[in-house]
Design a protein. Structure first.
Length: 86
């Protein structure tokens, strides 16, 4: 049970970091990357199952989680007020 939690955290961190690289160009720090990755895993799993795609194994979980995290960050970016850089 503890080993499963550790794997969820590792996959969440990797997926969140990858999504941060794709959407914003950098990660958000370990804690936020883990949260984004775990929430992204739920979103990615739901979206992929809706279109009939199932992933297996460590790489499949990372891909699914990263996909969901990218969608999550894209939605957050879309809904947040734009910040112009000076």
């Amino acid at each position: 049970m503890l080993s499963n939690l550790i794997w969820y955290l590792i996959i969440g961190a990797v997926a969140g970091w990858l999504a941060g690289k794709v959407v914003r160009g950098h990660g958000f720090g370990l804690a936020v990357d883990i949260i984004v990755g775990i929430v992204g895993a739920v979103i990615g799993g739901m979206l992929l199952s809706l279109i009939g795609i199932t992933t297996y194994g460590l790489i499949g979980n990372i891909i699914s989680s990263t996909f969901g995290a990218v969608v999550l960050l894209w939605l957050v970016r879309l809904l947040s007020p734009s910040q112009e850089k000076a």
